[in-house]
Design a protein around this ligand. Sequence first.
Ligand SMILES: Nc1ncnc2c1ncn2[C@@H]1O[C@H](COP(=O)(O)OP(=O)(O)OP(=O)(O)O)[C@@H](O)[C@H]1O
Length: 295
Amino acid sequence: MTLPVETTALTKRYGPIAAVEDLHLSVRAGEVYGFLGPNGAGKTTTLRMLLGLIRPTSGTVRLFGAEPGGLGRVGALIEGPAFYPYLSGRVNLKVLADHAGVRRGRVEEVLDVVSLTDRAKDRYATYSLGMKQRLGLAAALLKEPELVVLDEPTNGLDPAGMADMRVTLRKLAADGCTVLLSSHLLAEVEQICDRVGVLDRGRLVSETTVADLRAGGALRVVAEPLEAARDHLCRLYREVRVDGVALELDVDPGEAGRVNAGLVGAGITVTELRWHEPDLEQTFLALTGGAHHAA
Ligand SMILES: Nc1ncnc2c1ncn2[C@@H]1O[C@H](COP(=O)(O)OP(=O)(O)OP(=O)(O)O)[C@@H](O)[C@H]1O
């Protein structure tokens, strides 16, 4: 099956600057893929190459097995979309639909997808930033694309605007559209995406599912006496770390009951037993070269 997006050794250099270097990226049908990286990591450059807006220095891009450019199956929101401020959202979309040869009935459909029907008659100039972004997404959806490519779709939005955009994007994916979005916000990507590619200084440093990113937590145990608890647990589990006044075990969260019963059975008092989520922000910073480099 051909992938919606596949790049091979994709590279873009600007003089001595390698904006994107040897990028092998694959986005599968129906997923929401998050392209994550700090400012300047090369996200926009990559997306522009994917859409055929700039040429790679070397390497290839395939969208549904074909070279970019014949973009009928692809919708994009890359730079802030240009709309007429004194026209309504609906009329702006009608202008674009006419220009693209899209039936006008589609305008009402995309307004509905981005939940703008109620405000569609209002002038674009009166829209909030979140509504402007959603109208941009609506424009990208006019041609019923199978893939949408979005550069930082939640950038600058307030929490409510972000939440609206999240819902809209998940709805799109549920309807079978593949979504590729870039972001510099780990928390954002974590909430929207199925898989994440982490880009740092032009290179893909990690590609993983969000579930795997979240894995790797530990069971935290505070018990009295701590020494006895450690000795007891060391006999049962391979990795037992002492973290200040607590012990940390690399086990599934579901193991908590057994750990508790074992300690209590050994006459040890358990005062705290909880699952400690991994610190995703630390993971991200470690992958992208530390705080000095983060956005
Ligand atoms: N036209 C250009 N000429 C020279 N250098 C460029 C050009 N476009 C991008 N770059 C450089 O390439 C690198 C990657 O930039 P890019 O905009 O792709 O990053 P980004 O991850 O999208 O960051 P941001 O989130 O800040 O937009 C940066 O060092 C940038 O300065």
